[in-house]
Design a protein. Structure first.
Length: 294
């Protein structure tokens, strides 16, 4: 098993049944299709996967189903951040027992007045209580969504304290200067980017690769970015189509529904509202993907 997430990983949406439960069979099929397109692994229950809408038991049951469906444990990462650190501990222990190692951990969110010292204390409490050398944890920095940033000095200190257990960091801030700051403060961390437009230059600057959502619908373009090909303009155009909508997650699901002729992908959990049809969006995306990747 790899010691850190590197290369081309996808943050997957979470498909739902008509009753609103996780549909692991549809999720497993999606992951296996992505692997055939050059994807190295998938991260479930992140921001793209509406992760904060699913409890510990649901996440564990989904991992168990994915493993039974043939998705290898070393190709699965899981969102493990909760406001309560006890939930992060419980989830992490459970997935480690199932053979997973890669856990993305948000700082506890909701209270936005916390200090850097408090953020480090929260991460340390999780790692100390789990106390398992198999863990490969990834600090998850997405302050524009979570409301709580991970200070660069905290990332550096945690890597120094825990070594390879704190394997990496996912920078989804969308600010390349922030990526550079993390690289400078903690060069031993495997830092992946969530902003697809930054993939090529982040890798060139020593980044570990990407964990991103757009790869669900345009894996060819993202693979082109990972490989350093000249597809940046098309990638940005595809990003603009999706982000200029009320909900990134709901829009991705609508496009997946159209791409796969599968309306089951349209379902989201409250408080999100699903789109009724993604065919027009799919047509715009197809126009960007269809030219040959140089």
């Amino acid at each position: 098993m790899t010691d850190a997430i590197r290369g081309f990983w996808v943050a997957t949406p979470t498909p739902l049944t008509a009753e609103g439960a996780v549909d692991p069979a549809r999720l497993a099929d999606h992951a296996l299709r992505l692997f055939k397109k050059g994807v190295n692994g998938v991260v479930v229950f992140g921001t793209t996967g509406e992760g904060t809408s699913f409890n510990v038991a649901e996440r564990i049951a989904t991992v168990e189903a994915l493993l039974k469906a043939g998705v290898a444990a070393d190709r699965i990462g899981i969102g493990g951040g909760f406001p309560a650190i006890t939930d992060s501990i419980a989830l992490t222990r459970s997935v480690l027992s199932l053979g997973l190692r890669h856990v993305l951990v948000l700082p506890p969110y909701f209270d936005r007045s916390v200090t850097p010292e408090g953020i480090e204390d929260a991460f340390a409490a999780i790692f100390d209580d789990v106390a398992d050398d198999r863990l490969r944890a990834y600090l998850y920095h997405i302050p524009q969504v979570s409301g709580v940033a991970i200070p660069t000095q905290v990332a550096a200190s945690l890597r120094k304290r825990y070594g390879k257990l704190v394997a990496g960091l996912k920078d989804s801030s969308g600010e390349f200067k922030q990526f550079q700051a993390f690289r400078a403060a903690a060069p031993e961390l495997a830092i992946t980017v969530g902003n697809e437009a930054d993939i090529t230059r982040a890798i060139a600057a020593g980044g570990a690769g990407t964990i991103c959502g757009m790869a669900n619908i345009v894996p060819e373009l993202v693979k082109g970015m990972v490989d350093g090909k000249d597809v940046g303009a098309r990638m940005q155009a595809a990003i603009d189509i999706v982000v200029n909508t009320p909900s990134f997650a709901a829009t991705l699901k609508a496009i997946l529904a159209a791409q796969n002729a599968d309306p089951g992908w349209l379902r989201v959990r409250p408080p999100l509202r699903g789109l009724s049809d993604g065919k027009a969006l799919k047509a715009k995306i197809d126009a960007l993907v269809s030219p040959a990747i140089a």
